[in-house]
Design a protein around this ligand. Structure first.
Ligand code: FE2
Ligand code: FE2
Length: 171
């Protein structure tokens, strides 16, 4: 796979996990998430940030599965900073366009920041455990998929409508 392909693979939770690695689920039972133009929010900067988030979360997942502790910590720190900047950009867009769901959307952002903080704390206290990888899959990969597919795409529909030229009135 090209390292630039913006894909987040979602893996089913392994049962009775005894090894830090388990077979990669692949496409047969994992749910592939790929950034496509249908996920565009109508703002080039935000779309680029989503692609970057997908790529980095995917790399973090790989680094954890490969037990690359330093790389995983580096990516986690990057993602925490990047998420702050990204969410601020979306929250500015919501404020500029008077988005009615802004408060709910911002609470979802806070949940993601809390999930990343929780992962980093877990990592620093207990190391790279299987539970940490499961948490990443459920709380970070799962969140990203749901939030971009639903909340960010809804925001995109709104901003496109708000930015569209007003129809000419009668007369
Ligand atoms: Fe968002
Ligand atoms: Fe977003």
């Amino acid at each position: 796979m090209s390292p630039h392909r913006p894909t987040v693979r979602v893996f089913p939770a392994p049962s009775g996990l005894t090894s830090p690695r388990w077979p990669r689920a692949g496409a047969e039972d994992g749910v592939a998430l790929q950034w496509t133009s249908t996920l565009s929010v109508g703002d080039e900067a935000i779309d680029a940030q989503h692609r970057e988030l997908f790529v980095r979360v995917d790399r973090l997942h790989d680094a954890m599965l490969r037990r690359e502790r330093a790389e995983a910590l580096r990516l986690l720190a990057f993602l925490r900073d990047y998420a702050v900047d990204h969410f601020e950009a979306e929250e500015r867009l919501m404020a500029e366009t008077g988005y009615p769901e802004a408060a709910h959307h911002a609470r979802e952002h806070e949940a993601f920041r809390a999930a990343l903080r929780g992962l980093q704390d877990h990592f620093e206290e207990r190391g790279l455990t299987a539970a940490l990888v499961l948490d990443l899959e459920r709380r970070v990969v799962g969140w990203l998929r749901e939030h971009v597919y639903h909340s960010d795409v809804a925001l995109g529909r709104w901003t496109r409508r708000e930015r569209a030229p007003a129809p000419a009135g009668p007369g």
